[in-house]
Design a protein around this ligand. Structure first.
Ligand SMILES: Cc1ncc(COP(=O)(O)O)c(C=O)c1O
Length: 367
């Protein structure tokens, strides 16, 4: 019995990728495994994604690219984030493709001996307002510079949607800005740079955005980019978070549990203490506003979630000390999704799994 465990079902990631690859075809599937695979374990997630049909991988940082290569992960790899000089060296050493949008940075890249053969994806900012240039002419000059540099390859033309999950009309406007530019660049240079724009929400909801490749993150882990039920898209959650009942004790009316006495029993009941807290990623804002599964039964978290413990109201017929507690996952026809936590917290599923801290060991199964 472990104090806390995040169990990752790699076969779920593999099946989710197979489903996304099927949906996206003939577009290729790029599995986004940044941020330690959204908290699931980057290398393990990457391997499962490849087994499920992902032909590309993407990360945000050079360190993440290096970590994948160190774990023996091969295949095309894109670092999507901004890179300092030192990070660029690391990314190139990891044989990763990089993103650029300024002529000057392409020139600097072309001058580096370690960039020989590097793939470059030129990014047009069509409305995300983050990385990339909003100026299509500047992006074209960057693409020209890549194409003109003997050591570089114009590997891709890309953009990123700001609202594919909640405002597809704006995402379509972004696509309408991207496509004429990308088609013009492709016509100028021939070759066949990959066109890619779609994240998970666009892959599932905006078919015409799939282009040559889709970049799916959240969906490969079986979470719903729209914050609803992933099963509606044929996706199954890969991560389960569990702990156990470290203490079970009766509580009388007027007695309390937890900091601040925010829970005071109004009837005799049994309190269970689960030895996980906000230092594990069970956010304090869920105090009194979330359920866990104990022996397949939904029971409420009561009182303040502390750093290392939380308390649940087990009712009049408690299970024994040591009983399994599922915080995220399914048992006996009941389930608690990361999306449920996200809804209660006013956030997104991404933040829930990324927020499960390093103190929680990951166990990978189903490889
Ligand atoms: C540039 C880029 N592409 C694709 C993704 C994957 O997005 P999602 O997890 O919504 O599929 C991300 C993640 O935030 C991203 O930053």
């Amino acid at each position: 019995m472990l104090r806390a465990l995040a169990r990752v079902d790699l076969s779920a990631i593999e099946r989710n990728c197979a489903e996304l690859a099927r949906v996206a075809a003939p577009a290729a599937l790029c599995a986004v495994v940044k941020a330690d695979g959204y908290g699931h374990g980057a290398a393990q997630a990457a391997r499962a994604a490849q087994a499920g049909g992902a032909t590309w991988l993407a990360v945000a940082t050079a360190d993440e690219a290096a970590e994948l290569r160190a774990a023996g992960i091969g295949g095309p790899l894109l670092v999507m984030g901004a890179l300092t000089e030192a990070e660029l060296s690391l990314a190139l050493r990891a044989r990763a493709d990089v993103v650029a949008w300024r002529e000057a940075s392409v020139a600097a890249l072309a001058a580096r001996p370690d960039a020989e053969g590097a793939g470059v994806h030129v990014k047009l900012d069509t409305g995300m307002g983050r990385l990339g240039t909003r100026d299509a002419d500047e992006a074209t000059r960057a693409a020209d510079a890549v194409a003109a540099a003997p050591g570089l390859r114009l590997a891709g033309l890309m953009t990123h949607f700001a609202t594919a999950d909640d405002d597809p009309a704006f995402a379509r406007e972004q696509l309408a800005r991207f496509l004429p530019w990308a088609d013009a660049v492709r016509a100028r240079h021939g070759g066949d740079p990959l066109l890619h724009a779609a994240n998970s929400a666009a892959t599932l909801g905006i078919p015409e955005s799939r282009l040559g490749m889709v970049r799916c993150g959240i969906a490969i882990y079986g979470m719903d980019p729209f914050g609803a039920d992933p099963a509606a898209h044929g996706l199954a959650p890969a991560l389960e978070l569990r702990s156990y009942l470290a203490e079970v004790k009766p509580i009388a009316p007027g007695e309390s549990a937890g900091y601040g006495r925010r829970f005071v029993a109004d009837a005799p009941t049994w309190i269970g203490t689960v030895p996980v807290g906000y230092a594990d990623g069970v956010r304090r804002a869920l105090s009194g506003d979330c359920d866990v599964l104990v022996a397949g039964r939904r029971v409420p978290v009561v009182g303040t979630i502390s750093m290392d413990n939380l308390t649940v109201d087990l009712g009049p017929d408690p299970p024994d000390r040591g009983a399994e507690v599922v915080l995220i996952g399914a048992r006996g026809g009941e389930r608690v999704l990361a999306e449920e936590w996200a809804r209660r917290l006013g956030t997104i599923g991404y933040e829930i799994t990324c927020g499960i801290s390093g103190r929680v060991p990951r166990e990978h199964a189903g490889a």
